[in-house]
Every structure is written in structure tokens, then in C-alpha cells.
Ligand binder design. Sequence first.
Ligand SMILES: [Zn+2]
Length: 270
Amino acid sequence: MKDIMTAPFMTEFIRTVTNMYAHGWDERNGGNVSLLLEEEELAQYLDLTRVHRTIPTGFSAPALEGKCFLVTGTGKYFKNVQYEPCKNLGILRLITGGTKAELLWGFTDGGNPTSEFPAHMMSHIARLRVDPLNRVVMHCHPANLLAMTFVHNLDERAFTRTLWQMCTECIIVFPDGVNVLPWMLCGTNEIGEATAEKMETARLVVWAQHGIYGAGRDLDETFGLIETAEKAAEVYMKIAHLPRLNTITDEGLHQLEARYGVKARSGYLL
Ligand SMILES: [Zn+2]
């Protein structure tokens, strides 16, 4: 058996959450990340027949039966993950239609998966339906995206168009746009279901006055997606109160589509 602390999925996961903390996106115990693991790869590092304990999930997710995930723990601080990964992270396998999870590694202090486990698992199901290569769901609290939800209307087309207009690369990085949920109580199956529904049409879902969810095929791609949207929101928050003399026009956005081979969400450009 190889040492799990040398597994590429583990080192990259730890680097990513450490970087998220460094970006100021995950104050205190804010934020959570889940990564779908390949069972074959995992078996090189763990005896998959050895279950430490079984944790009820409080939801049903038959589509993920038997799937294994590396996830952050509830109440855990991202800043501490790099120092004590086995306490702050866990590897879980969903069983009995997703109503229970077997702990295969981690949460050594008796901890449990993130309180947003329902939103993560339901989002994985939704993304896998549209992209079988999706592996990552990431949630955090980037300040400018959050700030934008106080001063910008939450219409998804309008919100997306504003972000696209802020940085030239935005339409290339997220041509599917950004979906938006109004403020809702977090940690519940309801917000999980609402997030998953939004995840079917975009890889970014803003939770108004709370934060953002991103999904992608790997940790870098998902981090980069949130990073790009957050940069655009930062520019918006710097200029929102000033007269706008110039912008990226729809003609310019169409040129970007053609040059970089992306297709903007239908109906979002003039
Ligand atoms: Zn949050």
C-alpha cells in the first residue's frame, strides 16, 4: 500500500484549500470542497474493505451509490488542513442509495463531512449528468462576488453580462455564465436541491449574500473558474459607483467567442 499523503489527489487537494484560504475566500470554517475519486487509484493507497465508521447523510443520492469522495470536514478551518489533513479531511464512500457514507480515511477526531454535504453531492449528480468528467464541487466566500450580490440585480443574464464585461477572459472561461440563487438557509437539502438544479446549466452558482459554488473536471479548473469570476466582481466593485465611459461591447464578446471557440449561453449576447 502506498502512503496516501503522497497521492496526487491528496497533495493537490491540500494545496488547493490552502490557496483558497490564502485568497481570503475561506475565513474561519467557511467553505467546503469535495473531489470524486477513482476507486482504482484509491485502492493503491487504502484498503477499501476497511470501514472506520458509517455516517448517515440525511439525503438520498442513488446515482452516487458506491462512489468515493475526498471532502472537507464540518467546522474545520481551511488554514489548518495542511498541518493536520487526517483530522480536517475525510474519504467517504456512499452506500445504501447515498443515505449513508462509510468513512474510509480521515476525520480522526470523530469529525463529520461538511454541513453542505447535501449541496455537494446533489451538485455532483447534476454536473455528472451534463459532464461525465466532472470531479470537483467547491464552495467559498469570495468578498467581491458576495459584495456584488448586495448592489447588482440578481437576474442571471444581467449578472453574467456584467461579469463578462469586466475582464476580457471571462466569456472564454465561463461562457455558460453564472447562475444565482436568492438568499436561502444554508446547510439544508432545499438549498442543495436548488443549487443542483442551477448546476445543470452553469458551472458557477452564486448564493446571494453568502458565496459561490463552482464545479469542474479538476481542482485547478474549478479554482480558476471561481478566481476569474471573483476578479471580474472585484473590478465591478471598483467601478460600480463611477460613470462608465467604456466597456467590452457585445460585438467584442462575439469576437472572443469566434476567436477562442466558445459559445456564450444562448440569448445572453445581443
Ligand atoms: Zn458558505
